[in-house]
Design a protein around this ligand. Structure first.
Ligand code: MG
Length: 160
């Protein structure tokens, strides 16, 4: 494995009234939550895809096909654990991770630190390696019209 490998992941989920909104393992009080095949944690899905990407191992769908009932309702942490296991098996760790979560409402500013702490715990890395940014979409597009939540993640893997 190279000394450094970059990975990028992005995910979007539709929002529906009355569903829980879970971001990075944190439930955010919200009128609407994400709809998805699993627990619809858009941020964990993007992190998982970024790790698979850095390892050149495809994406979540490669490892957990969404037409397989076995994974119906599966926790996002299961997907993440698989990616982390592959990463550790390749002798790598996360040097740093930068994420953008786009959501129109509620504003995520006051939840950023909780999301960051949860992500650090799930990834077993220090807070100095993780950054969470929250954006609104200024009313534009599916995120702006409160129809969707999006996460984008870039991370760097470093050889141990
Ligand atoms: Mg997803």
């Amino acid at each position: 494995m190279d000394r450094l490998r970059i990975g990028f992941g992005t995910d979007v989920h539709r929002l529906e009234t009355g569903r829980p909104l879970i971001l990075g393992g944190v439930e955010i009080p919200s009128r609407a939550g994400a709809v998805g095949h699993s627990d619809a944690d858009v941020l964990l899905h993007a992190v998982t895809d970024a790790i698979f990407g850095a390892l050149a191992l495809g994406d979540i769908g490669t490892h957990f096909p969404d037409d397989d009932d076995q994974w119906k309702g599966a926790e996002s942490t299961l997907f993440l654990s698989e990616a982390l296991g592959q990463m550790r098996g390749a002798g790598c760790h996360i040097a740093n991770l930068d994420a953008v979560v786009s959501l129109e409402s509620p504003r995520l500013g006051e939840h950023k630190e909780a999301i960051r702490a949860s992500l650090c715990s799930k990834l077993d890395i220090g807070a100095e390696r993780v950054n969470i940014k929250a954006k609104s979409a200024e009313g534009l597009g599916p995120v702006g019209e409160q129809m969707a939540v999006r996460a984008e993640v870039v991370l760097l893997l470093e050889r141990d």
